[in-house]
Design a protein around this ligand. Structure first.
Ligand code: C2O
Length: 342
């Protein structure tokens, strides 16, 4: 049977997965008496997700305003900035028992739900922001770290006065440091090699190491599976490397380098917008090869989120397969790694 939505009333203190200690803050969401089965709304206007380094001043002024408004919502409003950050913690840091096998904990990383779950997470985050600035076309900016032009922390996130700023980042990695998709604190990459190395990594993750669906998506995860059966190529590689690269150089790696605190850094959502975009690109590269698991257990897994109207909604994996049906598209940019066959 597929993974089904957690019972919010069973949420408990989570585990800090970097230190294996209990988290001393509560990241459980507010409760709601009603759960609505979510139907994708008809798409009247497409939302446009621009590359952060190309988006420009006017766009960022809107985005900053939206984030500031989100921070200003009452702390118990499920759309509030910290509440939204906690959504990530609750689904990743073993706070919920698995519905259907309560001996086990729910964890949506390191498995085949990585892409669909994060797609929903960003989807509602974006709709909340768009609603706060009354712009139904608002789309999140993506951090284009697979392209040399985007291989640096986007400037707008680094300005101290900006609501996009976060103080808990590795200060060695502020611009102009090149984003290292092979980053590991133990074995630093030769700075001169970072960019060519990044392109090789992208090619491997997106083209070479993806013959089976699991190789790209991650391993099967159903009711009764232990948490973290295995990540896909991007999740394991560039994605997690950049989390660690952005976060503080401490064992807990806050904020970005730790799954419980990562949603507190607005850069998280641009990082994941790029991961989400890579999913769409990967599907395009598959041409006639299968793009999705046909399994009932994948397609019918469901999760809970609060939508832009603060309603608790139940969403399914099957509705995430086409971003255009979800009402957003990505700016088209060059894919230099595609020519980077090692
Ligand atoms: Cu939910 Cu990049 O992790």
């Amino acid at each position: 049977t597929p993974i089904t939505s957690p019972d919010l009333s069973k949420c408990t203190t989570g585990t800090n997965l970097n230190t294996q200690q209990p988290i001393d803050e509560n990241c459980c969401p507010p409760q709601s008496t009603q759960i609505i089965d979510y139907k994708l709304p008809r798409v009247d206007k497409m939302r446009f997700r621009p590359a952060a380094h190309l988006a420009g001043k006017e766009y960022f002024a809107k985005f900053e305003k939206a984030i500031a408004l989100m921070k200003a919502l009452p702390p118990d409003d499920p759309r509030n900035f910290m509440q939204q950050a906690n959504v990530h913690c609750a689904y990743c840091n073993l706070t919920y028992p698995q519905t259907g096998d309560t001996k086990l904990k729910l964890q949506i990383h390191n498995c085949w739900h990585f892409y669909p779950w994060h797609r929903w997470y960003l989807y509602f985050y974006e709709r909340i922001l768009g609603k706060l600035i009354d712009d139904p076309t608002f789309g999140l900016p993506f951090w284009n770290w697979d392209n040399p032009d985007g291989m640096v922390m986007p400037q707008e996130f680094v300005r101290k006065e900006s609501p996009l700023f976060n103080g808990r980042r590795n200060q060695q990695h502020l611009p102009p440091a090149a984003t290292d998709l092979a980053y590991s604190a133990q074995s630093p990459t030769n700075p001169k090699k970072i960019i060519p190395n990044n392109l090789t990594i992208m090619y491997s993750e997106m083209v070479r190491n993806g013959s089976k669906l699991e190789d790209f998506y991650g391993a099967k995860y159903v009711t009764g599976t232990e948490p973290s059966p295995g990540p896909g190529s991007v999740e394991r590689g560039s994605h997690i490397a950049l989390h660690g690269w952005v976060g503080e150089a401490t064992p807990s790696g806050m904020d970005m380098g730790n799954l419980y605190s990562t949603g507190r850094d607005p850069l998280f959502f641009s990082h994941h917008a790029n991961v989400d975009r890579l999913w769409t690109i990967w599907r395009g590269l598959r041409e006639s090869k299968p793009k999705d698991f046909p399994d009932f257990d994948w397609l019918n897994a469901d999760f809970l989120f609060y939508d832009e109207n603060a309603r608790l909604v139940r969403v399914k994996v099957v509705d995430t397969l086409d971003n255009e049906k979800m009402g957003y598209i990505y700016q088209d940019v060059d894919l230099p790694w595609l020519k980077n066959r090692p």
